[in-house]
Design a protein around this ligand. Structure first.
Ligand SMILES: [Fe+2]
Ligand SMILES: [Fe+2]
Length: 272
């Protein structure tokens, strides 16, 4: 089969129809929204580190909104069914709620920072730029990488956080992210094995770039030394105050372990 014919075959790939997962997402969402916003009415101590940490969490969740929306657009472009489209629009809505909860926490802890400092790569606006990138690429970047690493970090933060309001936000987010990860790998399992060898090679190279990007955004290990020191301090102090972070060194280990797990799972789908 020539290149063009191969590409045509990939475009026609039937995407999965995760209807059951979509229905579950919708039921869970209605029940939990009220519960979580009620929880936020507790009083929180003011903490410079924690308000800045939760501002970063807000930027990260906000960046997920356009990233997931790009998956929705790519699914429509590639002729996916309503089950897949619905699963991803519901995920986008969850990410809006996560951003909103993180913003409320940042405000309660002393004030949300609107300005993303130079050198930090949270980029909600640039992720919203029009794109003709295929669903396989967006699903890999957003689903396999971001969602999986995000879930691992939130699980670890939740396990170590006792403060009730912060714990409620982490618990709310955790339940959603676990479902997002399931949807993401389900889509990956359908899409990735059907790629052409050339596409697979390109996607493998891209996944190495993604891993580095994740180390600089979810973790701090890829940042410049000065920025890394200040971002580490912020996590360490938030962890010490019990307000939702783990120490920087613990978080970097969690990120690396999650990246190892992702590359193992991708290998199963033919990406190395
Ligand atoms: Fe999220
Ligand atoms: Fe998510």
């Amino acid at each position: 089969m020539g290149c063009e014919a191969e590409e045509e075959a990939v475009k026609r790939v039937e995407l999965p129809e995760p209807n059951a997962v979509w229905r579950k997402l919708r039921r869970a969402q209605t029940a939990r929204t009220k519960e979580s916003t009620d929880e936020l009415h507790g009083t929180l101590p003011h903490s410079e580190a924690a308000r800045r940490f939760w501002s970063r969490r807000t930027w990260s969740e906000l960046a997920a909104v356009p990233a997931v929306s790009q998956v929705v657009l790519a699914l429509v472009r590639e002729g996916a069914g309503l089950g897949s489209i619905g699963a991803y629009t519901t995920i986008a809505q969850d990410e809006v709620r996560h951003a909103d909860l993180s913003l409320a926490l940042a405000n309660a802890l002393g004030g949300y920072d609107e300005e993303i400092p130079d050198g930090l790569e949270y980029s909600p606006r640039s992720l919203a730029a029009p794109s003709d990138v295929p669903v396989a690429v967006w699903a890999l970047a957003n689903g396999c990488f971001s969602e999986t690493v995000s879930l691992a970090l939130i699980q670890a933060r939740h396990a170590a956080t006792k403060q009730p309001t912060v714990r409620a936000v982490l618990s709310e987010t955790l339940k959603d992210e676990a479902l997002h990860v399931r949807v993401a790998w389900q889509v990956a399992g359908e899409v990735l094995p059907k790629l052409t060898p050339r596409e697979r090679k390109e996607l493998s190279a891209y996944s190495n770039e993604l891993a580095e990007m994740i180390r600089r955004t979810f973790g701090t290990s890829g940042l410049s030394p000065k920025l890394r020191a200040s971002e580490n301090r912020l996590r360490d102090e938030t962890a010490k105050a019990g307000l939702g972070a783990r120490s920087a060194s613990e978080e970097n280990v969690i990120v690396n372990d999650a990246l190892d797990e992702i590359s193992e799972r991708l290998r199963v789908h033919g990406l190395r």
